[in-house]
Design a protein around this ligand. Structure first.
Ligand SMILES: O=P(O)(O)OC[C@H]1O[C@H](O[C@H]2O[C@H](CO)[C@@H](O)[C@H](O)[C@H]2O)[C@H](O)[C@@H](O)[C@@H]1O
Length: 244
C-alpha cells in the first residue's frame, strides 16, 4: 500500500533530518556527480531559517563529501556522515581514525573494478564502496568479494542501492539521530526524518520511538515509515509547499 504524504511540517517545534542520495537527490550512475543545484541550496537555506537551525543531514557519505555536495550551507547544518560514524554539530567535529584495513580493501576493490569495466570504487573517510549500478551483472561477484573481505578484515558489510561498502561496525542512522536528539538544542523537539534506503530504517525506527515522523521516499516497500513521497523531486516540492 502506498503511504500518504505528510500533511505539513510544524516548523516551530520540529527538527528535520534529511538523507541525501535517493532522498534529497535523485540517484545518478556516478556518485561523484551528485551536487546540490542553486534551487536546492536555497531550499536548505530557507529550511534552516524557518527551523531556527534545527536542520540535519544523516548520510552514508563522508563529512567531506557532504560539504562538497551542499556547499556553504553545509557549515550551518547538523551533520552525521559515514552512516553515523562521524559528526559535526555545535562547532564540534568528531571523526574517528580510518580503519587501516580499508587500504587493502580499496586495493582489492580497485582490482575488481579493473576487471569489470563500469564498476566504480568510492573511497570515503571511514569506508570504501564498490558500485555496480552501471554493470548490474557484476552484482553477485561484487557482493561475494565484499562478504569475503568483511570476514577476513573484521569489517562491517553495508549494502546499499547497487553498491557494497565496507566500514567499521557500531553505528547507523538510528544511533546518529538519537545522539543529535539528546543534544540540549534539539531535545524536546519533534524529529522528522526522510530517507529512501534500507539503511534509513534504523533512523525511521528512532524518530518513531522519539515521538516523531518517518517519511519513505521512493517506491512503496515494507518499512517503519508512516508517510511516503514518491521521489526526491516530490520531497523537494513538498518542502517548498510546507514553507509557502
Ligand atoms: O545515506 P545516503 O546519503 O543515501 O548515502 C548512501 C550512499 O549513497 C551513494 O550511493 C548511492 O547514490 C549514488 C549516486 O546517486 C549511486 O550511484 C549509488 O548507486 C547509490 O548506492 C554514495 O555513493 C554512498 O557512499 C552512500 O553510502
Amino acid at each position: 500500500m502506498p503511504l500518504s504524504p505528510p500533511a505539513g511540517l510544524a516548523f516551530e517545534d520540529s527538527t528535520l533530518f534529511l538523507d541525501l542520495d535517493g532522498t534529497l537527490f535523485e540517484l545518478d550512475d556516478c556518485p561523484g556527480a551528485v551536487c546540490a543545484d542553486a534551487q536546492t541550496r536555497l531550499l536548505l537555506d530557507t529550511l534552516l531559517d524557518r527551523l531556527d537551525g534545527r536542520l540535519a543531514v544523516v548520510s552514508g557519505r563522508s563529512l567531506a563529501q557532504i560539504d562538497g555536495m551542499l556547499g556553504a550551507v553545509s557549515r550551518d547544518i547538523w551533520i552525521s556522515g559515514s552512516h553515523g560514524g562521524e559528526h559535526r554539530w555545535g562547532g564540534v567535529t568528531i571523526s574517528p581514525p580510518r580503519p587501516g584495513q580499508l587500504d587493502d580493501v580499496a586495493a582489492r576493490f580497485c582490482a575488481f573494478a579493473d576487471e569489470h569495466p563500469g564498476v566504480l570504487v568510492e573511497e570515503k573517510s571511514l569506508g570504501v564502496a564498490l558500485h555496480y549500478r552501471m554493470m548490474p551483472q557484476a552484482e553477485a561477484d561484487a557482493v561475494a568479494l565484499a562478504h569475503e573481505l568483511a570476514e577476513s578484515h573484521g569489517l562491517f558489510l553495508q549494502q546499499g542501492k547497487m553498491m557494497a561498502e565496507l566500514r567499521d561496525a557500531g553505528s547507523d542512522k538510528g544511533s546518529a539521530i538519537r545522539a543529535m536528539m539528546a543534544h540540549p538544542d534539539l531535545a524536546g523537539t519533534t524529529p522528522v526524518f526522510a530517507g529512501d534506503d534500507l539503511t534509513d530504517e534504523p533512523g525511521f525506527a528512532a524518530v518513531r520511538d522519539l515521538g516523531g515522523h518517518a517519511i519513505l521516499v521512493g517506491e512503496p516497500r515494507p518499512t517503519a515509515a508512516t508517510y511516503g513521497l514518491r521521489s526526491p523531486g516530490d520531497l523537494r516540492e513538498w518542502l517548498w509547499e510546507a514553507l509557502a
